[in-house]
Design a protein around this ligand. Structure first.
Ligand SMILES: *Cc1c(COP(=O)(O)O)cnc(C)c1O
Length: 754
């Protein structure tokens, strides 16, 4: 097909042309043309088809990624350049779909890209949230939440005309299905992401994100993760989950029948994947539907168990969902008796109360239901799976030793290197060809190129180019000024105590005081943060207020600001990550060991030539093994030590505070008059109190080692040749973390598609 001809005729129908169209019009026209090309491609075919259920798909902007996968990107760039504009300018008009919140949702998006690019038959199933999690506003020195609408008259959503009836206790609700096309990389395949929606969605709330959670028929798909501090909010989450899985299960059975198969053959022709516990009710719902079709309970439960697989994403107790049975009886009465029968079935396999589906307070443990009634369960990094099977889920691992396996997470190198860092992608392709795009392990060929010194020099120049590009993006979009000649030290991820942004803030204070005493660094340092905090998570929001206060204090201090800057990027999302990651020198991955299941930003940074400063947690362990000790900066207590401290109640931050005057000075500074003058006093006082009295995620325990290791890292940065070799080693060994590898493992060991 000829892109220029199609674009020209689409623009003509819109009453304009390539020379006169506004960037908005060019975006709409490109979107329509791209969507039409995708509609002509076929989903991957095969006997067995995967349905990947997830409450989140953090897919990011799609125009560039889709043009790339369709092989139309170069044409699009050329045509736009010939008419005086650029794809960068046009894609700035694309709103980012608000369909996810963090790593789990981004993983699901990378997986869809890999499934389609490997030519595997597999679709995503989720919900069409209209206003996302929220849009973050930092203009008042604290986080304010606003709706994040993204659906415009021209969007990637395609009306399928299909709908399914979901039987709630309060009455039936219709689930209308929209599709987003998922093109594979240059293979003619186009799979689908199915998003269910209510018929008559409510408009965005006027101020903030408060809305009437009891108005289920109109609000069910308004927001991702409605506030669960009220009973109505908790009920709405169950409404959402049941809506998604009931419509999804009905879709599966109707496609199975279309393909000419019997419900009893479900496990032979279908694989269902449950991404974290949010879609767990697909198990009882599918059993219910099979029983409605005349299958006895035992047979239905067996077929469903052979069909479903579950991924665990966290061992944080707060994130392991449990729902009172009375809520389920109210919202989804059709599956309540089935869950009770599943509980009996589980009890017939083990009388260990710790593995019960329904506990003594009549609450359902979703993860327990998943482990009993899925044929495969996996963790998302080697260390995480080890902790899962040896402690958190040990009784389950003993009961079902062959169900458990590890599938270390991955990222799609198409989006995170080829699209996000074109300069680096070009440099790599010039040296080793473009095979790495579909086989990322080939990046290791970079280690045997003839001109290694020239290559590391080029890597340095590309990083510098990307840092300038980030500086101008920050200036243009957020009015933030940064010095591209400084070291870019970046921590971007959800705001959570276990990820320990508060420890990084402590470093900023320590460094500020150090510089004030005359110890200026060899080169200025720019500390960059981006993070959303859950609206009801007070300490996380307080930590954002601390970072904003520090940012202001440092900026206003002429003795320090030439040497240190702290910037907080507003509204972290995929688009921001795509600008930030290619420009990073240092990748901050500093979670308390044992708490981060995997992490995936660590992988994105590595592939883009940033050097990791981190703990031996999640996939950092595997990164360290791949790059070798000279090419990563590790610090902090091990996961074994941390787990022991929790078991023995052996951690007391006030002891450390009393015995380490240097760290105590940094902590006390949080409530100093200077800092209080720059920020929200109540928030700063709460952060301070938590540090000395609780510090549940042990930031103070690792703080001293962290400061020392970061100083060593910054000193090493000055040996530019040595640093260039570290960058090269990180890029060249990152191929293991391709989501193509992860998906091949899921397929070979769990799904058996095709
Ligand atoms: C990759 C990614 C994440 C996950 O980051 P972690 O540091 O691994 O928690 C979260 N949000 C966005 C937008 C991402 O791209």
């Amino acid at each position: 097909m000829n892109l220029e001809t199609s674009l020209a005729s689409t623009l003509e129908a819109m009453g304009t042309n390539l020379d006169q169209a506004s960037p908005e019009q060019l975006f709409c026209a490109l979107l329509r043309v791209t969507r039409d090309v995708e509609l002509k491609q076929k989903p991957a075919q095969g006997d067995r088809k995967l349905y990947y259920f997830s409450a989140e798909f953090l897919i990011g902007r799609l125009l560039r990624a889709n043009l790339q996968n369709l092989g139309l990107l170069d044409d699009a760039e050329r045509i736009l350049a010939e008419h005086g504009t650029s794809l960068a300018e046009v894609e700035d008009r694309e709103p980012e779909p608000s369909l996810g919140n963090g790593g789990l949702g981004r993983l699901a998006a990378c997986f869809l890209d890999s499934i389609a690019s490997l030519g595997l038959p597999g679709d995503g199933v989720g919900l069409n949230y209209h206003f996302g999690l929220f849009r973050q506003d930092l203009s008042q020195g604290v986080q304010l939440e606003k709706p994040n609408p993204w659906i415009e008259p021209d969007s990637w959503l395609i009306e399928t005309g299909s709908s399914f009836t979901v039987p709630f206790g309060s009455g039936d609700l219709s689930a209308r299905m929209f599709d987003i096309q998922i093109p594979g990389y240059k293979n003619g395949v186009c799979n689908r992401l199915h998003l269910f929606d209510v018929i008559d969605p409510a408009p965005a709330p006027e101020n903030g994100i408060a809305f009437d959670a009891s108005d289920v028929a109109h609000q069910l798909t308004s927001f991702l993760y409605p506030d669960d501090s009220t009973e109505e909010g908790r009920l709405l989450r169950i409404y959402q989950q049941y809506f998604m899985v009931s419509a999804g299960a009905q879709l599966i059975l109707s496609e199975l029948a279309e393909r000419g198969h019997q419900p009893s053959e479900l496990d032979r022709y279908v694989a269902i994947h449950i991404n974290d516990t949010h879609p767990s009710m697909v198990i009882p719902e599918m059993i219910r539907l099979l029983m409605e079709d005349g299958m006895p309970f035992d047979q239905a439960a067996d077929v469903v168990e052979r069909t479903c697989a579950y991924t665990n994403h966290t061992i944080l107790a707060e994130a392991l969902e449990t729902w009172p049975m009375r809520f389920i009886e109210q919202v989804a009465p059709g599956i309540a008796p089935i869950i009770r029968k599943l509980d009996e079935r589980a009890r017939s396999r083990s009388n260990d109360e710790r593995v019960a589906v329904i506990d003594s307070s009549d609450c359902v443990h979703m993860a327990h239901m998943d482990v009993h009634f899925c044929h495969a369960v996996n963790g998302v990094a080697a260390l995480h799976t080890h902790i899962l099977t040896s402690s958190e889920m040990r009784p389950f691992a003993e009961l079902y030793p062959s169900k458990f396996s590890n599938k270390t997470n991955g990222i799609t190198f198409r989006r995170w290197l080829l699209d996000a860092n074109p300069a680096l992608a070009r440099c790599i392709t010039e040296r080793i060809g473009d095979g790495w795009v579909t086989d990322a392990q080939q990046l290791s060929d970079l280690l045997s190129v003839a001109d290694a010194d020239a290559l590391t020099g080029e890597l340095e120049a590309i990083k510098q180019h990307n840092k300038r590009a980030l500086a101008s993006w920050l200036q243009r979009t957020q009015g933030i000024k940064v010095d591209p000649e400084s070291v870019f030290d970046i921590q971007i991820k959800r705001m959570h105590q276990y990820k320990r942004q508060q420890m990084n803030a402590l470093y900023a204070i320590w460094k500020y005081l150090h510089i004030k005493r005359g110890n200026v660094p060899a080169r200025p340092v720019t500390m960059i943060f981006a993070a959303k905090a859950a609206p009801a998570y007070e300490l996380a929001k307080d930590t954002i207020a601390l970072l904003l206060a520090l940012s202001r204090l440092i900026e206003q201090d002429p003795a320090v600001s030439p040497w240190l800057r702290l910037v907080m990027v507003e509204n972290y999302n995929v688009t921001a990550a795509e600008h930030l990651i290619p420009a990073a020198d240092i990748s901050e991955q500093i979670s308390l060991a044992s708490k981060e299941a995997s992490g995936t930003s660590n992988m994105k940074f590595m592939a883009n030539g940033a050097v990791t400063l981190g703990t031996l947690d999640g996939a950092n362990v595997e990164i360290a093994n791949l790059v070798g000790a000279e090419n990563i900066y590790l610090f902090g207590r091990s996961s074994e030590e941390v787990i022991k401290l929790y078991e023995t109640d052996g951690y007391h931050p006030w002891d450390l505070w009393q015995h380490d005057p240097e760290m105590a000075e940094a902590i006390d500074f949080i409530v100093s008059p200077e800092l209080l003058a720059c920020g929200n006093a109540a928030a700063l006082a709460r952060v301070y109190r938590d540090f000395v009295a609780k510090d549940y995620f042990m930031a103070l325990l690792d703080a001293r080692d962290y400061v020392a290791t970061k100083e060593r890292c910054l000193a090493d940065y000055e040996d530019r040749a040595a640093w260039g070799r570290k960058m090269l080693m990180n890029i060249a060994t990152s191929g293991f973390f391709s989501s193509d590898r992860t998906i091949r493992e899921y397929n070979d060991e769990i799904w058996h598609l095709g």
